[in-house]
Design a protein around this ligand. Structure first.
Ligand SMILES: Nc1ncnc2c1ncn2[C@@H]1O[C@H](COP(=O)(O)OP(=O)(O)OP(=O)(O)O)[C@@H](O)[C@H]1O
Length: 354
């Protein structure tokens, strides 16, 4: 009996390898985003996030790689023929057109009649809660409203891929909060693939199903926000999620990091990462009694406000951030340049293979 595997349906979504060369920069990243999935490209300034988005949009030429959307090549199409919607950081609404005309512009370019384009635009403005602002010009809209018009405009072309470049960066904190949750609802409804560029970890965690972290033009880590937060693999990611991170060498319950030996709850051998939150670091003026494990002497490099607490930066055999209460700072009489003992509980440290 011959058995042939059933033909699997062509996977929807985006599969891309993007190679872009600039005079002093090279981007080389692979990006897979399923239909209906939202992926955030996260990374420090200059990492290449916008360049990746521009490459997907056809606004930056590929020096290598390819882009496939819903099983069809995208990189061979000129930008205006790509089934994508883009929301730029500053929205780039046409200033002389009304909100409705801005949204109707894309469908018109795709050949819809004037009446049909306006019908589509009106429905989308209604969806983003701006039916009452259809005739407003961009300058008459608030930042949050302009963002919603930009989103409606991007969706009006019925894209299979939605690209959002720092969609909330131009908004004040209050508007940002509300616009973020609205945007999340729209992204949940969107059936195509979404790539979102941000350097705000909160935007990434709220809006995206998965994070792809880019540094220096390459992917350094990816996964759900929980996976990335639990197992940071670079200093940038560790700072992002608020953890102290070190590379060390494990021998069972102990990990040597520089001159410090950590007791950890995991049993590992060889190269590992050790991570712990700044709030788990305790500071002492004199050497505390007990085990020499998880204990070291450092020098205060800086002291800053951090929410309701104080963040103390220590130099020494390892550099570390410690969060302590203002009362503790007063009691310990902490000041920059001072030598201090630091300790962290074994139960608060977390080791994983490097
Ligand atoms: N048109 C260009 N010509 C030359 N170099 C460029 C061009 N566009 C970007 N670059 C360089 O490519 C690198 C990546 O820039 P890109 O804007 O993609 O980073 P980013 O991660 O989006 O940063 P940011 O968060 O600051 O926007 C930078 O070093 C930048 O100077």
């Amino acid at each position: 009996m011959s058995r042939s595997a059933p033909e699997s349906p062509r996977p929807g979504g985006l599969r891309a390898r993007l190679v872009v060369e600039r005079p002093a920069f090279r981007l080389d990243v692979e990006l897979d985003v399923a239909a209906g999935e939202v992926v955030a490209l996260l990374g420090p300034n200059g990492a290449g996030k916008t360049t990746a988005l521009r490459a997907l949009a056809g606004l930056a030429a590929l020096a290598g790689g390819s882009i496939e959307l819903d099983g069809r090549p995208l990189h061979t199409l000129p930008p205006e023929h790509r089934p994508i919607g883009v929301v730029f950081q500053d929205y780039l609404l046409f200033p002389h057109l009304s909100a409705l005309e801005n949204v109707a512009f894309g469908p018109r370019c795709q050949g819809a009649s004037r009446a049909e384009a306006r019908r589509v635009a009106a429905a989308l403005l209604e969806r983003v809660g701006l039916a009452g602002h259809a005739s407003a010009k961009p300058r008459q809209l608030s930042g949050g409203q302009a963002q919603r018009v930009a989103l409606a405009r991007a969706l009006a072309v019925r894209p299979r891929l939605l690209l959002l470049d720092e969609p909330l960066a131009a908004l004040d904190a209050h508007t940002r909060l509300e616009t973020r949750s609205r945007l999340r609802r729209h992204l949940t409804d969107f059936e195509g693939a979404t790539v979102l560029v941000t350097h705000d970890p909160l935007d990434a965690m709220v809006l995206a199903d998965r994070l792809v972290v880019i540094e220096n033009g390459a992917v350094v880590q990816q996964g759900t926000s929980a996976e990335v937060a639990r197992h940071p693999r670079t200093d940038y990611v560790a700072r992002l999620v608020g953890l102290n991170l070190y590379r060390g060498v494990a021998d069972g319950p102990e990990v040597a990091v520089g001159g410090v030996v950590f007791s950890v709850t995991e049993r590992l051998q060889g190269p590992v990462f050790v991570a712990f939150p700044p709030a788990s670091v305790a500071l002492y003026r004199s050497r505390p009694d007990g085990s020499p494990r998880n204990l070291w002497r450092g020098r205060i490099d800086g002291i800053e406000r951090y929410g309701d607490n104080i963040r103390v930066h220590l130099d020494g055999p390892i550099t570390v951030s410690a969060d302590v209460t203002p009362a503790a700072v007063a009691e310990l009489d902490l000041s920059p340049g001072q030598e201090i003992w630091a300790a962290v509980k074994a139960t608060e440290t977390h080791a994983y293979p490097a």
